[in-house]
Structures are given as C-alpha cells and as structure tokens.
Design a protein around this ligand. Structure first.
Ligand code: AMP
Length: 507
C-alpha cells in the first residue's frame, strides 16, 4: 500500500495549530498524515491577543462560527485601534485606526478631501477619529453587529485569550485527524537542502516528507538550513522587550470593542479587553529604559496592586529571507516578527499558510518547485516589509519631545526609501493616491489606513488659513450621522451574551 504523504509540524503555539487546521482542511481529500509535535517543557509565548479583520476569513474557511470559538476563547470584537499620546499636535493627541465598513464610504470621502485641504494649508478637521464608524462604535461599547441586518458586513477583528485559542484550535485539528505528539526535538537530520527527520527525546527519529517549523523564536528547523539568513529590523524598530500583566475585568465599566495603544515614556502599552480580563503590556526598548523601570511605569500607569504578577519578555524583530526552504516551511515567530503595534502576527501566519497551500503540489519536479519557492518567499517578504513600513511610520511620525526614546525613534530610526517617498509626497502636497496606487499591494495597508496614520498623527502644516463655516457644518453632519448610526448596533456585551446561547446563531 502507498504510504500517505507525511507532514510534521513542530510547535504547538497559535501558529502551529493554525497551520494544522488549515492543512487538515485543505488536504481533507488527499492521502496526507499530519502530526503536530510539541514539547511539554518548552512553553509558548502566547501574547498575540489581537487580530486584524483577516482572521475572520480563517474561521470562515474552516466553517467555524463565532458562537463556537468566541465564548471558548473569552473573545471580544475589535473595531480598530486607538492611539493616544503618540502625537502632541493640538487636536491630534489621540487618533483612531479604524477597520472600515461600507457605511464609511461617503464620509470617508469627506475625510480624504479634508486631509488634502489641510495639507494644502487650510484649517479643516482631519482627525480620522471623527470620520469613520468604528471609533463611534467602540467608544460606545457597541459590537460591529447591527440590530437589524444590513446588506453588507462590517470589517472587524477580534481580541482573544491566546492560550485558549491554541487549545480550541488543538481540539478542532485533532477532530480533523491531526495526530498530537508530546515530545522534545533534540536534533535535526538534514540532507543538503532537505530535512529527513527530527530526533526526539522519547520517540527517537521521526521522518516526514514536509516539515513545518512553528517552534517560535528558536526557529529550530529553519535556522539550521544552508544559507539561512535573518534580516534584522532593529535599526528601524527599536523595541526589543515587553512587560505584560493580566488584570481582572472591571465589571462596572463598559466593554470596549477596541485596542488602546498608548504612548508611554519609552514605548507604548496595549490594553486588550477580553470577556473576563484586560490584557496589558508595555512594549519598550531596553536601550532607553531598564526592565525594572519599565515594570514600575506599567504598574504606576495601571495603578496595579503590589501583588499583581507581571511577565517579562524579549522580542527579536526581523524576518528570514526564505520562509519556505527545501521541504521546510517556517510559520510564526520562526519566520519573523514585527512588534505587536498593529496586531499583525496572526495575519502573517494565516497569509503564509494560505499562500503555501495555494502554491504547494505533492509531487513536482525539483526545478519547478524551486521556482515556486522563490516566488513564494518574495511574496511573503513583501508582506513583512509592507507591514514593517506601516509600523515604522508610527514612530517616524510621532511628535513627542519629552524623552530621548521618542526623539530618537523619530529622527534616527532607519526607514525604507519607499516610506520616505510617501512621507515626502504627503508633506509636499503631492499625489499620494497616485503613489499608493503605483505601489499597489507592496504597501500592504490600504489608502484609508495610510491616511489615518498620516493625518491621525497631525502631519500637517503648522500655520493654517481659516476655512469657511460650511466645512465646520459638514464635520458636524458627519458626527451626527455616525452618532445616530452607532445606536443601531448591538451593545458589545449583549452580542457576546447572545453568542453563548447555543440555540441562537447570530446574524
Ligand atoms: P511560541 O514560542 O509561542 O511560538 O511556541 C513555540 C512552540 O514550539 C511551543 O509549542 C513549544 O513547545 C514548541 N517547541 C519549541 N522548541 C521545541 C523543541 N525542541 N521540541 C519540540 N517542541 C518545541
């Protein structure tokens, strides 16, 4: 009998179990045996607790309803990210990066036009917080689900408990036939460009046709590949550590549907509201603040009781050159990491697996496979570099003068020529739309996201000419429209409660 094609996934964090699920689903009608092997002595990092709207597609493709996974993972909805204390420009001390909805189509045009006018020196309102529905929904503790169905869906992301999500995905993957083995890899057997087997402590030698490295920053399989190269992003993104804490949810406060990413003295702090707790973490650079001082600042900012337990982490920002090398695919921290500012980690994981599944064939001549791998690696690198530009833009655009960290992040961080060209174009009132269109998918983020970042930080001329009263009136109309619409959406908590009632499948 012909042996099935064998796949060995090493590592059982979110990346490993996402890969296991997507592979089991895509190859459900093929002769494939998938095993996930993880160590019970080496833990997961598990701090990626927010997502972009891309994650919606992950559950959709697996046929998993929100009512199945969200209650199991204490998950909440996310309409976007609020950024207080990145900019000091009056009127722009806080801004919102929204996920967009078709409801924003017309008011979004007012935003785009206003930003153009303000760049040209006219004093018109251009903070994205005022022009999209997402900030109105989330600050009023609404879910992105209307009471009465709309003819379209809103774009939104999620917050979740990463540990619980890992467990949930483990169970669905096992139900789909994935074998789960607990063991620790002690060596990797290579044969030129390919991996033949891993050597484990309890099960000895484990061979496979395809290996998926989800072993985290260690990159256990990928890092030993011939010609392995890691592109370090630390001259662009300085942050290399985080201190995190879980706080009990304050039930007297409304449950917001947004992440807050607030600037602190030498980095920024996330606040992620889950159903039972709020996860917080200070992402900082230890060149500017020592770990114990960062912890003290976190404790003070959050008024933590002395008994609160915090967790210190190190981060390594950058990416590999080859995410798919020979018969090994890197997924998750093993392939690279961009700091969590825009919650892109799972998007990179999902994109990598989905693109791999589209490109991969079980039997293919080596040369054709090589060409495919090259194209695949270029595409994944493009995605990483596009996200890097967007995240780097936040630091370059900050206007804080209060600490060396913020000044250095603005003045000394190395940014790509592409990002510099975009900033120059914006500053010189050039054709930003044309430039974004020309760059196409390379800039990864949409026009609305770039405009939200650039305008949200208050990147405009300092001296402005007064605008006429009609502009003010239009702004107020937009605010009235959004305020009126938010009341048509369900309360966040009520929507979550509805998901737990198994007899009801929400719209
Ligand atoms: P994370 O750091 O969250 O990306 O998760 C890393 C995963 O890789 C965890 O499930 C670890 O148990 C697993 N892992 C790391 N090193 C080894 C190893 N030597 N053998 C088996 N599993 C490993």
């Amino acid at each position: 009998m012909k042996k099935p094609y064998s796949v060995l996934i090493v590592g059982g964090g979110t990346a490993g179990w996402m890969a296991a699920n997507l592979m089991a689903h895509r190859w459900r009608d093929s002769e494939v045996a998938i095993t996930l092997l993880e160590s019970d002595t080496i833990g997961t990092i598990g701090v990626g607790e927010g997502s972009t709207p891309y994650l919606k597609g992950f559950f959709k493709s697996l046929g998993i309803a929100e009512s199945e996974w969200m209650p199991a993972c204490n998950a909440t909805y996310k309409c976007g990210i609020r950024f207080p204390r990145w900019s000091t420009v009056p009127g722009y001390e806080s801004y919102y990066h929204p996920f967009f909805s078709p409801l924003d189509r017309e008011i979004g045009q007012v935003f785009f036009r206003n930003t153009g006018q303000r760049r040209g020196g006219l004093d018109v309102p251009a903070n994205p917080t005022d022009f999209f529905h997402a900030p109105y929904l989330s600050s009023n503790a609404r879910a992105p689900h209307p009471e009465k169905p709309l003819p379209f869906e809103l774009d939104y992301g999620y917050h979740f408990d990463a540990g619980l999500l890992g467990r949930f995905l483990r169970d669905t993957a096992k139900a789909a036939g994935v074998q789960h083995v607990i063991d620790t890899v002690s060596a990797v057997e290579r044969n030129a460009e390919r991996i033949d087997a891993v050597v484990t402590e309890k099960h000895g030698r484990v061979a496979a046709d395809l290996f998926v490295d989800c072993s985290g920053f260690r990159a256990l399989l990928l890092s030993g590949a011939p010609g392995y190269r890691f592109r370090d992003f630390s001259s662009t993104l300085f942050n290399n550590a985080a201190v995190t804490v879980q706080m009990e949810r304050d039930q007297s406060q409304p449950l917001l549907s947004e992440t807050i990413s607030e600037g602190l003295s030498s980095g920024w702090m996330w606040r992620i509201p889950l159903q039972n707790r709020t996860g917080c973490g200070y992402v900082y650079s230890d060149h500017f603040v020592a770990a114990n001082d960062a912890e003290a600042e976190l404790r003070k900012t959050l008024r933590l009781p002395e008994s609160a337990r915090v967790n210190h982490l190190k981060m390594k920002v950058g990416r590999v050159e080859q995410h798919w090398h020979g018969n090994c695919l890197g997924v998750g921290l093993s392939q690279g990491f961009i700091e969590p500012l825009e919650a892109t980690a799972l998007m990179l994981v999902q994109f990598t697996i989905e693109h791999f599944l589209d490109a991969f064939r079980f039997s293919e001549p080596e040369a054709a496979g090589e060409q495919k791998r090259t194209g695949f690696n270029e595409r994944i690198n493009q995605l990483f570099d596009g996200v890097l530009d967007y995240v780097a833009g936040h630091y370059r655009l900050n206007t804080r003068e209060d600490t060396a960290y913020w000044r250095t992040a603005r003045e000394d961080a190395i940014i790509s020529d592409r990002l510099q060209a975009l900033l120059d174009c914006w500053d010189n009132n050039g054709d930003v739309d044309g430039l974004l269109e020309q760059a196409g998918a390379e800039l990864v983020y949409s026009r609305a996201s770039w405009y939200s970042l650039l305008a949200g930080m208050g990147r405009f001329p300092v001296s402005l000419r007064p605008a006429d009263a009609a502009v003010q009136q239009e702004w107020e109309d937009v605010r009235r429209f959004c305020t009126g619409n938010q009341a048509r959406f369900r309360q966040h908590q009520a929507q979550l409660d509805m998901l737990t009632r198994t007899d009801h499948e929400p719209a």
